[in-house]
Design a protein around this ligand. Structure first.
Ligand SMILES: Nc1ncnc2c1ncn2[C@@H]1O[C@H](COP(=O)(O)OP(=O)(O)OP(=O)(O)O)[C@@H](O)[C@H]1O
Ligand SMILES: [Mg+2]
Length: 171
């Protein structure tokens, strides 16, 4: 499937990066490599959480979405919204099964069913929906953990803008 063919992101999210990966055991690592590359210069404080979330979502595709003809792909996308980064993992879909975002209970010793609880704990909101051709999108919005971090990133952006446009007094 060609990257960028399924319009899934909500209007307040600006698409930024995407990659289509072959479904394989290597896919979680390849997705982490792409995220690390994309976030190397910006959003460094979010990078570790986004790496964890993409690992869970891509592993779920390998584990829970059946393989088959025309189904050997998954897509990873990053977008920007006001104060957050949107991660989306898109898969070929599977009828009769859908992601269960069960909250992680601190006392739980369950050995599986933890992944989407971790995703929910690391994100400000997350969810899943079907799009054309029965393809599924699982998404999570991640924001800097503290206001001071968010403020720091805004300040850095302002510094960069001042360096690029030293004549603009309002920056
Ligand atoms: N992309 C997906 N499509 C369809 N169902 C999914 C998808 N991802 C997850 N699920 C369903 O949601 C359930 C919960 O997922 P979760 O990642 O929390 O647990 P798990 O993958 O079963 O175990 P763990 O992640 O702890 O190894 C899964 O058992 C599966 O039934
Ligand atoms: Mg899982």
């Amino acid at each position: 499937m060609a990257a960028g063919t399924i319009p899934t992101q909500t209007p307040d999210v600006t698409p930024w990066k995407d990659t289509t990966l072959r479904r394989s055991r290597e896919a979680p690592r390849q997705a982490r490599q792409a995220i690390k590359r994309w976030l190397a210069d910006t959003h460094t404080s979010l990078c570790s959480d986004v790496l964890q979330v993409v690992s869970e979502l891509v592993s779920n595709v390998i584990e829970h979405v059946p393989a088959g003809p025309q189904r050997d792909w998954l897509e990873v996308r990053l977008g920007h919204g006001p104060g957050f980064v949107r991660l989306e993992v898109i898969d070929p879909g599977t009828p009769g099964r859908q992601p269960r975002f069960a909250p992680l209970r601190q006392s739980s010793l369950d050995l599986s069913g933890r992944g989407l609880g971790i995703v929910a704990a690391l994100s400000v909101r997350c969810g899943s929906h079907l799009v054309d051709h029965g393809h599924r999108v699982v998404w999570a919005d991640l924001a800097p953990a503290t206001l001071s971090e968010a403020g720091g990133q805004v300040a850095q952006a302002a510094d960069r803008a001042r360096q690029q446009h030293p004549d603009r007094a309002e920056l």
